[in-house]
Design a protein around this ligand. Structure first.
Ligand SMILES: *Cc1c(COP(=O)(O)O)cnc(C)c1O
Length: 406
């Protein structure tokens, strides 16, 4: 596989980042200077197809004109107020978010991890107040191989050793069970269980799709046992898997819906925890908050981001293009590929252990003008912006074929 050569200009940027930035990432050695739609250009003037879409923060593509326009117009008026005052964007944003998702209320935050933390606080307090769980005993069941963000509470219930090592002590009250096994979940329920926190497809875990019926079955168990079903749709939501939300594939309406990433339309961090009044009512003034959450710039961007997903039928596009692209990928008779899996345009190509890790395959793709990133050693993730034209996706098949057959 390719030995990458680093051009001098690129090398300078890499050296600067290496010298002044914490070494908490290992990015591909490409320095992006500008982007539009599905395309990115690096500081050497080379053009790339973006097949990662910032982990689905760019479902609407880079610099979508309608979202940029909304941001520009809002920047001319007011950008941040804090929640000490009202602003004229937040209420409309939350109404549109609730109307689109079918819930009573939404609590706006910024990053995905904050929205997950919000959901955890909400469900715990709900458990104490409405279910009479003894103080300090609330338990949330989580899944092996999960990814919900990087705060100390969240990494504390990760099953990934590297996410935890050296960062303890951790927040108690979480119990891990295997993903995709509804029986294991049911067996882990106790009288103190208040919530079940899950990803309908595990993205960072390696694009792991649970067995059909898993969402509906675990949601039914939650309903029967009075447990809050908390769907982290930060990556799977907003069209990515070929439905508006991945839970829609099994007609499941979660009790708490967690969104982020594409809600910010690729320009600004916007996230939210969404639920009906029964859950949201636990919050009173002073209980929870965020300086930037619900700020007018973020709210205006969020409104435009949602509009684009609906008006441009991005869920439908993702379903159609994803099904077709996955078939094309499966038809590549590669000695290196163990499996192609996913839903919509959230696709993982699993490289056999005997062929080495996925990283060199991603580097070879980079050399051919396609930016994709490995996840979990063996998986190449293909998750382009959902606005991608079919022809562009079709053209990507030749270089992908070359790399997978090489
Ligand atoms: C990205 C992601 C998060 C964390 O979002 P941040 O904005 O990085 O904090 C949480 N859950 C899932 C499923 C994600 O993909």
């Amino acid at each position: 596989m390719s030995k990458q050569t680093i051009l001098p200009r690129t090398g300078e940027f890499l050296a600067e980042a290496d010298r002044y930035g914490a070494h908490n990432y290992k990015p591909l050695p490409v320095v992006v200077e500008r982007a539009e739609g599905v395309w990115m250009w690096d500081v050497e003037g080379r053009k790339y197809l973006d097949m990662l879409a910032a982990y689905s923060a760019l479902n609407q593509g880079h610099r979508h004109p309608a979202i940029l326009q909304a941001a520009r117009e809002q920047m001319e008026k007011v950008t941040v107020t804090s929640r000490a005052f009202h602003n004229d964007q937040m209420g409309s944003f939350l109404r549109e978010l609730c109307e689109a998702t079918g819930f009573d209320k939404a609590l706006p935050m910024n990053t995905g991890a904050e929205a997950v933390e919000t959901a955890i606080k909400m469900v715990r307090k709900w458990g104490y107040q409405k279910k009479g769980i003894p103080e300090g005993k609330a338990e949330i069941i989580v899944l092996e191989n999960n990814f919900h963000g990087r705060t100390t509470t969240i990494v504390g219930f990760s099953s990934e050793e590297q996410y935890r090592a050296g960062f303890g002590p951790f927040t108690p009250g979480f119990k891990l069970v295997p993903y995709g096994d509804a029986k294991a979940f049911e067996d882990a329920v106790t009288e103190n269980t208040v919530g079940f926190l899950m990803e309908p497809i595990q993205g960072e875990g390696g694009v792991i799709v649970p067995p059909e019926g898993y969402l509906a079955c675990t949601a039914r168990i939650c309903r029967e046992r009075g447990i809050a079903f908390m769907a982290d749709e930060i990556q799977t939501g907003l069209g990515r898997t070929g439905r508006f939300f991945c839970c829609d594939w099994e007609d499941v309406k979660p009790d708490v819906l967690i969104v982020g990433k594409a809600l910010g339309g690729g320009v600004y961090p916007v996230s939210a925890a969404i639920a009906d009044d029964e859950f949201m009512d636990v919050f009173h003034p002073g209980d929870h908050g965020s300086t930037f959450g619900g700020n007018p710039l973020g709210a205006a961007v969020g409104r435009a981001a949602l509009r684009v997903i609906v008006e441009e039928k991005l869920s439908e596009r993702s379903a159609e293009l994803g099904a077709w692209f996955m078939e094309e990928l499966r038809s590549i008779d590669s000695p290196h590929v163990q499996e192609v899996r996913g839903k919509g345009l959230m696709i993982g190509v699993v490289i056999k252990k005997s062929s080495g890790p996925a990283r060199p395959f991603c580097e070879a793709l980079q050399d051919r003008g396609i930016l994709a990133k490995e996840t979990h050693e063996q998986v190449i993730r293909f998750a382009p912006p959902l606005i991608i034209p079919k022809g562009v996706l079709a053209d990507a098949l030749a270089p992908i074929r070359e790399v997978l057959l090489g």
